[in-house]
Design a protein around this ligand. Sequence first.
Ligand SMILES: Cc1cc2nc3c(=O)[nH]c(=O)nc-3n(C[C@H](O)[C@H](O)[C@H](O)COP(=O)(O)O)c2cc1C
Length: 336
Amino acid sequence: MNSVPGLKALSIRGNLIDPPLFCAPMAAITHSAFRRLLSDFGGYGALFTEMLSAKMILHENVLNSPWLRRRPEEGKVFYQLMVMDTVRLPEIMERLALLKPDGLDLNIACAAHTVMRQGGGADLYYDMVRLREILGVMRRNYGGCFTVKIRLGNEINDWFEKLVERIRLFEDEGVDALIIHPRFYEEKFRRSARHSLYAELAERTRLPIIASGDISGYDSYSGNYASLEPVSGIMIGRIAAACPWIFAAWHNPELKVDRAEVWFRLCDYIAGDFTPEQALIRVKIIAPYFGRNFVFGHEFFKRIQSSSDFETARQRAHNFFQASPELAKRVSIDGI
Ligand SMILES: Cc1cc2nc3c(=O)[nH]c(=O)nc-3n(C[C@H](O)[C@H](O)[C@H](O)COP(=O)(O)O)c2cc1C
């Protein structure tokens, strides 16, 4: 299938991603239960796990863990890792190989304090020695498609030179593709992603670039094609949490979806994989995004957010949908 105008199938180290549409890694959202829902709709080329602590993999039952599991129907799954150092990293990679990942991604994009304090994400971006070591060990212990996900660094005078220096390092250490979310670390989700930078970045590297940030579907892609043309793949995050059918809708704009049915299907899938306590946390995290489908979506979010247990959350969602909530004309994830 190659039905995305302007986007050609992407071959990364012999792994053909067609169409080159990816679901972004999102903590506590892109677990296997959510990816199962995405797979019901289809339309993507590959999905990312949420960010997984590499060390955690040493202690989990690799094939059974709700964090690590993948289902055949999900299709291609890239595992995203938070890695702090190279201690036992070859062993971690060996365990991960049991899951036959279609790709491995190193998270250098996250600027959350909890991650940085441990030496991951943005902290790793500024520690070139440790970064080189980690990249080297990952590359030597994994023969498949190896990507890194980055932001632009911090907005300091020489941020662009520092970024290009890291891109050179990624090339030297055998990374296969770059996922670039063109915001500075300190911006979190403020301002718009700087798509206009992709042309200049693509000129500086032979590696394919996958764009992440503020691409909300086919219209947003085609409307911004002048800036997105240099990239080889598109990654969608928050809008997929709001509209898990977004990849199917990319190819079929007329797609009709019963939001209530989708929400309860997601709840069932989550409840099948997690304990009720873990499931409650996960529906609370995705609720603000899913709520954006409705004019009074904050009401949906508030009811889920204040639920004391999973069954209450389910009942409250049921009450919300029974009132036939008005759909938003356009789903926007601005501000979240
Ligand atoms: C709730 C949430 C969790 C996220 N977790 C991760 C993560 O685990 N790893 C990562 O690299 N990026 C993470 N991101 C960032 C997304 O992957 C993506 O780069 C960002 O949301 C911009 O894309 P979007 O505008 O399509 O949402 C997260 C974003 C959100 C909203």
